[in-house]
Design a protein around this ligand. Sequence first.
Ligand SMILES: Cc1cc2nc3c(=O)[nH]c(=O)nc-3n(C[C@H](O)[C@H](O)[C@H](O)COP(=O)(O)OP(=O)(O)OC[C@H]3O[C@@H](n4cnc5c(N)ncnc54)[C@H](O)[C@@H]3O)c2cc1C
Length: 417
Amino acid sequence: MTSTKTEASIAATETLPASDRRVHIVGAGPVGLFLTALLQPVEGLSVHLYEKRHEYTRTRMVQLSSYLVADSVESYSADHIDGDNVFAVFDPPELDEGLAFRSAIPSDLMTLLQQWTLGFCPLNTIERSLSDLIDARKSGTVQRTAAVVTPEEAMTMLAPGDILIDCTGTKSLLRDHLIPGSGEGNGTNTLNIRLEYALVVAFLYGQKYDCNEYCKYTKNLENPQYKFIPMVQRTHYDGSVTHVTGIVNITAEEYEAMPSRFDGQWLRDNFPAAAQSMDRFIDKIKEETHGEILGDLEIIRIPLNLYRARNATSRQWRTAEHAGHPFATSPVFLAGDSAIGSPYFQAISLGFECAMFLAGLIAQPDLPRRDMLDRYELYSYKQWLRVYMRSKMIKHNKNLFESIDNRDALLDQLHIY
Ligand SMILES: Cc1cc2nc3c(=O)[nH]c(=O)nc-3n(C[C@H](O)[C@H](O)[C@H](O)COP(=O)(O)OP(=O)(O)OC[C@H]3O[C@@H](n4cnc5c(N)ncnc54)[C@H](O)[C@@H]3O)c2cc1C
């Protein structure tokens, strides 16, 4: 195709009549479902949602950030670390735009968000509630397909001007396909920073329990090597039961030697020193609050990766040279874990935040595609800066905490002036 034809074909899809607009969302995890629920009421838009799983079974407890339901700049920036970053990265009109979008979220969806920001909630409850809400609205504008979508299928299902959103999670379907010439799985489009390897230990405790930084310190006094750290805002008093999730830093070798999931007894039998840090911590909680662990400990081992897609859209394909490619005429966006991964578990909130912004762009039928792509790239980059700064700060604080009783090791970590 000549470059004149290319420009003509790209230009023809720059803005489409509202009634013709189709959005394909691949991946109906929390972010894909949330985005679908946001786009469902938009006039003239039809949404095609693809998901490979047949049911929602992930029971892990997750917490969403209260900034998702903020109604003022103050409440949006209430977290003292995140708040500073927000003011450094976003301009006031951008913050106002985000708040305006929230105030326009349909009440059925906003009610759910408000519930989830109160405390811990099983991930599958979030997924099922969103899925049920989409079905209950009976809008007739959402079509759902149960299928594993391949990158090739994703490309062939696009008519010029369709929008494709990849919400397939951390192993993103299309992240590596957003740079022309980059091969599948070569990771060119991913910036990955491994912060640490960790055990994530989750349990239910039959008493009210909370833990500030002082408590994390005193309960780890006899744990010189491994320290059990209940995660930032990871405890929620839920009537009579407290959900506790903590992490223990482990080495790469230990990570390799462990299965992906196990219980407390397996850890005691195979890595007694790591298990001791956890058991000592729990014993101290029990001494203090006279409660019991309900059920067993659930432990997984994971690498804590902070990553981003260097390109969160297909804008690199929009050149004369690649005119025949579906991504030249159909914008592609990454949302949720497929775009950015943050290890200390603000991840769903970040995904929802980007989904709101993207839905706001898609809802503007007159917005040229080029502007849509550029604005989303910039926004994703700003969200990345925000989460990068926060995650590095938490990791740095963790490092200091882990050497707090060793003056030389502590000073080695510091750079003062
Ligand atoms: C132990 C642990 C605790 C966590 N705790 C928290 C927490 O407290 N708060 C928080 O915010 N986050 C937490 N997270 C992170 C959170 O679970 C993820 O950020 C979130 O699930 C990402 O949502 P997503 O929709 O982007 O991707 P996913 O949840 O990964 O969903 C992707 C969906 O796409 C589908 N899919 C994938 N490929 C295809 C394909 N080719 N075709 C069709 N469908 C496909 C998958 O089946 C899946 O349903 C935690 C993570 C872990 C591991």
